[in-house]
Design a protein around this ligand. Structure first.
Ligand code: SIN
Length: 298
C-alpha cells in the first residue's frame, strides 16, 4: 500500500512505500497513476534506479518519446534526455545545460505534447547544506479555475501558436545576455533544418481539457507560445502577459527541493514548470528525464 502526502495547496505530493526499481503489480500501479492525476506533481524519495528501470517504470504510462536534441540523449537509452551542467573529459556538455529556463510544459509545440515527464536526480548541487537547482511547478488547472468569469469567456475559443523555433531564438538570446553578464557559458548545438522541420509550429487551444481528469487548464506558456493566433501583436502580448502573471501566482506553485534519488513526475496537461539556475561548476547537477507521449490538446 502506498502513502500519498500532499505538499502544495493545489499540487504536489510525496508518494512513499514503493520501490520503483522492482516490477509493480497492477494494483500498486493504479494507485500511483491515480495519485499522479489527483496531485499533478508527485515524487518518490530514495530511489535507486538504473536507466533501464526508469524506462521500464515510465513506460507503464504509455509510449516514451525521444527528444529532437539528439546530442543530449543517453546513448544506450535514447528515451532518456540528460539534463546536466557537467562537461566530459574533452570539455563537451554531457547533456542539456539549459533546460527549463522559462515556464513551459514539455514538448507543447508538438501535435501530441508530452503527457508526463519523469525526472530522476542522480547528482544535486549543495551549498552550505542547502540543495540548489530547485524546480518550480504551476498548476494551470487551478489557475484556470480561479480566473474571473469574464476572462474565461474571453479566452474560451482562442488559439495560440506554439513554436520550437521561437523558443530556440528566445533561449539563445537569453544565453548570450547571461554570458555577457559574466554568467554561465552554455554550449548550444545548432539544430539542422531537418531537425527543425520535424517540429513545425502548431496552433493549439488556449484552454485545454485534461484528457483524463477533464479539468480545464491554461495552455499558453512563455517558452513556446509565440503569439495568440489571429490577434494583433500588441493585444496578443498584453493578454499573454496577463495570463502568464496569473498562472505563476504563488498560490498555484509547488517548488521542489531536490535530493539525489528523487524520481519526480509531472503532468504536462495540468502544470507548467521552470528550472532554477543558482549553481555552477564545480557544483554538479545530473538528471535523467523520460517523457511519455500524450494526446493532441483539445
Ligand atoms: C525541464 O525543464 O525538464 C528540466 C527542469 C529542471 O532541470 O529542473
Amino acid at each position: 500500500m502506498i502513502t500519498v502526502t500532499r505538499k502544495g495547496k493545489h499540487l504536489g505530493a510525496e508518494i512513499s512505500g514503493v520501490d520503483l526499481s522492482q516490477p509493480l503489480d497492477d494494483e500498486t500501479f493504479a494507485q500511483i497513476a491515480k495519485a499522479f492525476f489527483d496531485n499533478e506533481v508527485v515524487y518518490f524519495r530514495n530511489q535507486k534506479l538504473t536507466p533501464a528501470q526508469q524506462v521500464a517504470f515510465t513506460k507503464r504510462f504509455g509510449v516514451l518519446e525521444q527528444h529532437v536534441r539528439k546530442e543530449s540523449r543517453l546513448a544506450e537509452h535514447p528515451e532518456i534526455l540528460i539534463i546536466s551542467n557537467v562537461l566530459d573529459e574533452k570539455g563537451n556538455a554531457i547533456g542539456s545545460q539549459d533546460a527549463g529556463r522559462f515556464w513551459h510544459s514539455d514538448l507543447s509545440y508538438k501535435k501530441e505534447p508530452s503527457m508526463l515527464s519523469a525526472l530522476y536526480a542522480l547528482e544535486i548541487p549543495v551549498k552550505d547544506g542547502k540543495p540548489l537547482g530547485d524546480t518550480s511547478f504551476a498548476s494551470t488547472t487551478a489557475a484556470y479555475e480561479a480566473l474571473p468569469e469574464e476572462m474565461k469567456k474571453r479566452i474560451a475559443n482562442l488559439k495560440n501558436v506554439h513554436s520550437y523555433r521561437y523558443y530556440r531564438a528566445k533561449n539563445m538570446q537569453a544565453q548570450q545576455e547571461e554570458q555577457a553578464r559574466g554568467g554561465r557559458v552554455i554550449q548550444e548545438h545548432m539544430l539542422t533544418e531537418e531537425q527543425l522541420a520535424s517540429v513545425p509550429d502548431i496552433e493549439t487551444p488556449v484552454v485545454r481539457t485534461h484528457p483524463v481528469t477533464k479539468r480545464k487548464g491554461l495552455f499558453v506558456n512563455e517558452a513556446h507560445t509565440s503569439h495568440m493566433a489571429g490577434m494583433a501583436p500588441e493585444e496578443s502580448e498584453k493578454l499573454l502577459g496577463e495570463l502568464y502573471r496569473h498562472v505563476t501566482r504563488p498560490e498555484f506553485i509547488y517548488t521542489h527541493h531536490w535530493q539525489p534519488g528523487d524520481l519526480l513526475m509531472w503532468d504536462n496537461a495540468a502544470v507548467q514548470h521552470k528550472a532554477t539556475f543558482d549553481y555552477d561548476l564545480p557544483l554538479r547537477r545530473v538528471m535523467y528525464r523520460t517523457t511519455v507521449r500524450g494526446t493532441a490538446a483539445v
